[in-house]
Design a protein around this ligand. Structure first.
Ligand code: SF4
Length: 451
């Protein structure tokens, strides 16, 4: 059945929708969910905070690792059981939707619609057009599809994600993203600036630029690149901290590093995915840089910003990874001494070049290597954090800690979690915090009177 856009029936339809969005994956997906929520809310649908009280459930999916896909399918089983009890629409969006669209829509799956990452802006139209039918919209677009930022339903009113590009042209041999998100598309420069200005006017203190590879940003009509974007937002009054993720080492230029150093609002913090400390593994991964080239970038960053906080991604057990190649990863962790890392066991993803290589590192070896990486990194983090005890640092307070509502929680410039006591609620404010103790994953302290 087709409900006509603009009709009374349409208004009633959306007014009766109570939607719940469950998000798997990274910050890009978090921001996509905020944008999808805004698209629905714009037509009168209401956001719900529980599965049970909703009649539209959207699952925003991640295909980067096999594990996240497995989690989705077990979550879907739960939704299908709820659907047997009540009238419910289930929509699957995001990378798994793009990848497994036909399987997800199978007759008895309980899924009503499937939407790929390039189709969110059409959500309301396709819901109306296909009312009561199973449908999919998974066409890629070569052009950027703008979702007006005023319709974004943000989770935080202090720190905001701002997506500046989508897709990837790099084709790292293990990565599924170019097959699910398509090729790079860049958001118009003026739209990004407008969104940041609006956020500043609405009292946001921090923004985080998002994209699969933000360093390759380029706006064809204005000729502005990523460093120009950083310089421009640095001059917008109101926003006090600027971050960005993710950076590809190959596209991370000296000019971007200089823009970071010169921009007093740009946090001295960078996530620069390494993946492996071995040049031969990096070649098989098609990463486009060697171990030494990566280390040169780290040197450049530390020469310009000695206190910079660095984090990275590590994959262990990539096809053919020898013990010697793995040891090179441990050595680079000791050399760079990251503030934080995200580490994973390799798992083959469909369509990728690596999925055609022999996945020959036994599971037990992958498991042991992951533990070694994580143990080493834990000791590095603990040492680094201990060196901060006794110092007073600037923290953006994001609210009460979820684990312990007696304390407040926030982040420092280095993007570390800081839990602290304060006699006053400082949510949304910057505060000086004296660090009194720490663990490997967070810092603890108390509000100080000054820096
Ligand atoms: S740079 Fe590589 S790892 Fe990152 S999204 Fe692109 S293909 Fe995937």
């Amino acid at each position: 059945m087709n409900i006509e856009a603009g009709s009374e029936k349409k208004q009633v339809y959306f007014k009766n929708l109570k939607f719940y969005i469950h998000t798997f994956g990274c910050q890009m997906n978090e921001n996509d969910s905020e944008r999808i929520g805004g698209i629905l809310a714009q037509e009168g649908a209401q956001k719900s905070n529980s599965l049970e009280n909703s009649n539209l459930i959207i699952v925003n999916t991640c295909a980067v690792r096999q594990k996240s896909e497995e989690k989705l399918f077990s979550f879907l089983g739960r939704l299908t059981r709820i659907k047997k009890r009540k009238n419910l629409i289930i929509g699957i969006v995001g990378c798994v939707a793009q990848l497994h669209r036909a399987q997800l829509l199978e007759k008895n799956s309980g899924v009503d619609f499937v939407l790929g990452p390039d189709n969110y802006s059409d959500l309301n139209q396709v819901i109306l057009k296909h009312f009561g039918e199973k449908f999919m919209a998974t066409r890629w677009s070569r052009e950027w599809k703008e979702i007006p930022s005023e319709h974004i339903l943000r989770k935080s009113d202090i720190s905001a994600f701002v997506t500046i590009m989508e897709g990837c042209n790099n084709f790292c041999s293990y990565c599924i993203v170019p097959f699910t998100r398509g090729r790079e598309k860049f958001r118009p420069f003026s739209n990004i600036i407008k969104e940041v200005r609006d956020l500043a006017d609405n009292g946001y203190k921090e923004i985080q630029f998002l994209g699969q590879n933000v360093n390759s940003y380029g706006d064809a009509s204005s000729g502005k690149d990523f460093s120009a974007l950083l310089r421009e937002v640095n001059s917008i009054p109101g926003i006090e901290w600027i971050r960005f993720i993710t950076s590809h080492p190959t596209n991370f230029t000296q000019d971007i590093a200089l823009a970071m150093k010169e921009g007093e609002k740009i946090c001295p913090q960078l996530h620069l995915p390494l993946q492996s400390g071995s040049s031969s593994v990096l070649r098989r991964m098609n990463r486009g840089y060697t171990r030494d080239e990566y280390l040169e970038k780290i040197k450049l960053l530390r020469d310009l910003m000695p206190g910079i906080s660095l984090s990275t991604d590590i994959i262990v057990g990539f096809p053919g990874e020898t013990e010697k190649e793995f040891q090179d990863t441990l050595k680079i962790l000791e050399e760079v001494r990251y503030t934080n890392i995200f580490s994973f066991r390799y798992s083959p993803r469909p369509l990728t070049a690596a999925s055609r290589m022999r996945d020959d590192v036994p599971f037990e070896v992958k498991k042991r290597r992951l533990i070694e990486v994580q143990e080493l990194q834990k000791s590095i983090q603990l040492e680094k954090n201990e060196s901060m005890v006794g110092r007073v640092i600037k923290v953006l307070c994001l609210g009460k800690s979820k684990k312990n509502p007696q304390v407040f929680s926030g982040r420092n410039e280095g993007f570390q979690v800081v839990n602290f006591k304060s006699p006053k609620d400082l949510t949304g404010e910057f505060a000086p915090v004296l660090i009194t103790s720490c663990g490997p994953h967070s810092l603890q302290g108390e509000k100080a009177n000054n820096y």
